[in-house]
Each structure stands twice: as C-alpha cells, then as structure tokens.
Design a binder for this molecule. Structure first.
Ligand code: FAD
Length: 466
C-alpha cells in the first residue's frame, strides 16, 4: 500500500529515517499539518513562522525531485490532526504512517492520539528518533534516571556514539508517479516578519551550504572566537536544525570527517562544536525526562516560590534595548533586527533580565520565542532556566555576569556594540562599554536603569531568602 510520511520538524529528504524506511516499503506520499494557532500558542512569532512556511515550500520542491507529492492539512491546532490525517490516509489508500518523534508535551499527546487512531483503524504506524543522534531514554544514569547535568550526559553520549563513522540514511530514489495524487500548493498566510528574510533562506540546500562554509572557513576559529559576537565564528545553523532542514547526524558526520573521524578528542574547535550539538540533544532529553519544563514550570522545583518583580517598565526597557548597558542593548537590537542572537549575548541578556532586573525568566523566554528564527522549546527553555538559576546545570545563583566586564572581554573594541547602537560610534572604543553621563547625553543614549552593584546585591538577597 501507499506510505504516508508526516513531516513536522524534519523538513528534509536527506538522512531522513522515516522517509527512507517508507520508500523501502512502497510508494510514498508526504504530508504536513499546518497548525498556526498552536504554534502561536507555543509562543512562536512571525519571523519563525515565515521561515517555517518557506521551509515547507522548499521541502515540497525537494520532494518533487523524487516524485513524492506533498499534501497539506490546514489543521490550525494539534487537536484537529488525528482525524484529518486518518481521513487523508484512507482517501489515498495508505496502509502505513511514518514520522520522527518530537518531545514537547503537546506534541507527544498529539502523536499518541494519532498513533491510537491509526492503529484502531488497522493502519500501521512507524516512529523513530532520528532527529537526534541518541534517542531520549537511551542514555540514563546508573539509577536509570534521565541526566540532570550536562557533563555526565556528554560523557555517556560520547561513549554510546563511539568513533565509528556515523551512517546516514539513504535518500530514496525517484519513484514512479502516483496516479491521481498531486502536490498541494501552499497558501502563504499573511505574516509580519520584521527581519530581512534574504538572510534566512529556508531549506536544505542553504543549510548544507552553511555547514560546508562553516567547516571550511569558520570552525578553525571556533574554540577561541566562539564567544566573541563580532567574530561571526559560529555556524548559524540553529534555525535549520530546529526545523530539521539538516540533521544533527549530517552535521556531526561532516565535522568528524575533518577530525580523523574522532568525536570527543582531536581538533579542539571541532570537539567543542560537536559538544554544542550534544547540548541540543541534552535539552531534548530533558523535555522527555522532566515534562514540567514544557509546562512553564522551573526544573528546580524549590524555585517555584521565587518572587519575581512584576515591573513591566523595566521589562519594556529590556525588550527595546534601552537598559543603558550597551552590550545588553546592542544584543536586544540584534535579536529584533535579525531574528537571531549570539549565544554569549543570549546568556548576558537573559542573566541581566533575571538577575539585575529580577524579572521572571518566562517573560524573557516568551519574548525570545516571539523574535527568534531558531526559537525552539528545549534549547530556549534550557538556556533561560540556566541563566535564571532555576534549571538543569543551573549556574549557581551567585554567578551574575557583570554586563560591563562581559562587554570589555567579549567585544573589546566595541565593534559589535556600535553595529547595533550606531549612536555610540563617536565614542572612543574604551568608553563604548559604559559611557559617562555627559557622553550619554551627547549620544542620546539612556542612563543605566539599574546600578550593577546594587542590583547584584538585591539578587543575591532574593536568592538567599529562597
Ligand atoms: P553554533 O555555535 O554553531 O552551534 C551549533 C549548534 O549547536 C546550534 O545551531 C544549536 O543547534 C546547537 N547549540 C549550540 N549551543 C546550544 C545550547 N546552549 N543549547 C542547545 N543547543 C545549542 N538555541 C536554539 O536553537 N533555539 C533557541 O530558541 C535558543 N534559545 C536560547 C536562549 C538562551 C537564553 C540561551 C542562553 C541559549 C539559547 N539557544 C537556543 C542556544 C544557542 O544560543 C544557539 O543555539 C546558538 O547561539 C545558535 O547559533 P549557531 O547555530 O551559530 O550555533
């Protein structure tokens, strides 16, 4: 019978286990469920939604080269998916459904409902975890629990994966046309993406080019330069990985290829880049092991009681990049303008919000998701809870980045700062990190909304009280 392959956050045809398996069983038909209300409820904004829709279009083109038609279901929310998928499968005479797992609570509930409904109607369901190298549940501590700390997880991950070349799933060959089944044309919704979309072409071709370019020209500086926002030494693959336009196996296999096929030793830059991809896996495992993190709850349950300040005024200043701390403000402007923020700055801004302003990490988590092209529950929640000291591996509460010192260290010349705050360009480089009162006046740049020392003390007291 026909094989229905349901694409979700795995918008690619290369190294795609479900597609590869389906093609070995029979003629394939692809389907995407479009659930914009659900995606919005989960916090994704137009930058990401636009990238998502464009990714589905790119997938449709890739599938056409294999003569696999792509059907679209406008389901709006997850609840509508099971019935609509079953009707489609039955009308196209499909006997099997294939998909790769997702790990958020609502995604898992939806997938269980789909699986049950299909099985009740005598259709086969095949699921896999091929969007990760290691499936959740496959790496556990000695007491058979999910890891709560990254380093032991990483060690277990390295051991399990080993240094054997990672094998990739075959891309199916072009199939015979399926009579009477045509691809649907995507109706692009009206979206107000605020960024320059030409910087984010969606699809596998772009993702694979970025990987190639990164490994060729950038990765060698990764170990020393990855924390410097002005250095552009990271891969900018996060948005592509979040929607599965490229697989982590493809990334890791290619990186190992430049490291004598080694995973955890050898070239320091490659090893450290691979370890970032393992962070991504770690946070997906955390979603499954600790479902509370998908439900707006802190990982460290004792922090539930924490009294965050409800200051919308301070929050708005942070969102707008008007805190008076140049590195924080430049970073927020980068987010709003480009839909992406450098990792070091995500930590700096998140810590500023949660420690200096004592504002709830969930406010910041949501604001990030509204703007990020790469917005993704696992990594975003993980990063926010780490910064707020409420999460796994949480940075100890007394670790509070000094935004001025961070600025002097990681943007010593202030190049990044003036890229996003051109008003500070006239200042000598050393003054760009913390302009003097009169310089702020001249440049039209705001005074700091909090004093670092006082804010630090306030945060320490609040956390100690917990
Ligand atoms: P590279 O340095 O090239 O890293 C390669 C890949 O590894 C990334 O593409 C990403 O998939 C993964 N990765 C890197 N760092 C991390 C990390 N700390 N945690 C998990 N995965 C990682 N990443 C997202 O993909 N989506 C998010 O919504 C997100 N929100 C974040 C929020 C906060 C507060 C913090 C501190 C971090 C967040 N990150 C998020 C992680 C990280 O900042 C981005 O993945 C990274 O900056 C993306 O740039 P890159 O692709 O050039 O990364």
């Amino acid at each position: 019978g026909n094989q229905l392959v349901w694409f979700r956050t795995d918008l690619r045809i290369h190294d795609h286990a479900a597609l590869s398996r389906a093609a070995a069983r029979g003629p394939c038909i692809a389907v995407c469920t479009l659930t914009p209300s659900q995606w919005r409820e989960h916090g994704h904004g137009d930058n990401k939604l636009s990238f998502w829709y464009r990714g589905i279009e790119a997938l449709s083109t890739d599938l056409k080269s294999l003569r696999i038609p792509l059907k679209l279901i406008y389901a709006d929310t997850y609840d509508n998916c099971p019935k609509a998928l079953l009707e489609l499968a039955q009308s196209l005479e499909c006997t099997d459904l294939h998909f790769s797992n997702q790990y958020g609570v609502n995604e898992r509930t939806r997938d269980e409902a789909v699986t049950t409904l299909f099985q009740d109607n005598d259709l086969n369901v095949h699921r896999d975890d091929a969007n990760l190298v290691m499936a959740p549940g496959s790496l556990t501590t000695n007491d058979d629990a999910y890891y709560k700390v990254f380093t032991p997880f990483y060690k277990a991950w390295l051991k399990a994966v080993g240094d054997d070349e990672l094998s990739l799933y075959d891309t199916p060959s072009r199939q015979a046309p399926i009579k009477g089944v045509e691809s649907d044309t995507l109706e692009m919704p009206k979206l107000e993406s605020a960024i320059d979309e030409s910087q984010w072409p969606a699809g596998t071709e772009e993702a694979e080019n970025r990987l190639e370019y990164f490994l060729r020209y950038r990765v060698r500086h990764y170990d020393d330069k990855r924390d410097f926002p002005y250095a552009s030494s990271t891969s900018t693959l996060s948005a592509y990985l979040a929607l599965g336009m490229i697989s982590p196996r493809q990334c890791i296999a290619a990186a190992m290829g430049r490291n004598d096929n080694r995973l955890g030793d050898g070239d320091a830059s490659i090893v450290s880049w691979i370890s970032e991809l393992v962070w991504r896996e770690f946070y997906q495992h955390v979603l499954v092991g600790f479902p509370r993190v998908s439900m707006h709850q802190p990982f460290q349950e004792q922090t539930k009681k924490f009294k965050w300040r409800q200051s919308t005024k301070d929050f708005d200043a942070w969102c707008a990049g008007e805190t008076g701390y140049p590195l924080v403000d430049a970073a927020m402007k980068q987010l709003i303008k480009t839909g992406w923020m450098h990792n070091r700055l995500r930590m700096v801004t998140a810590m500023f919000l949660t420690k200096h302003l004592l504002i709830d990490w969930r406010w910041g988590e949501r604001f990030f998701l509204e703007h990020l092209v790469d917005g993704e529950l696992g990594a975003n929640n993980g990063g926010w809870q780490w910064s707020a000291s409420t999460g796994t591996d949480a940075s100890p509460y007394f670790r509070i980045f000094n935004p001025t010192t961070q600025s002097e260290r990681f943007d010593p010349e202030g190049h990044f700062i003036v890229q996003y705050l051109p008003c500070l360009e006239p200042l000598a480089k050393k003054h760009r990190h913390a302009p003097r009162k009169e310089q702020r006046k001249e440049c039209g740049y705001p005074e700091p909304i909090v004093d670092h020392k006082a804010a630090r003390e306030r945060a320490l007291d609040a956390f100690k009280a917990l």
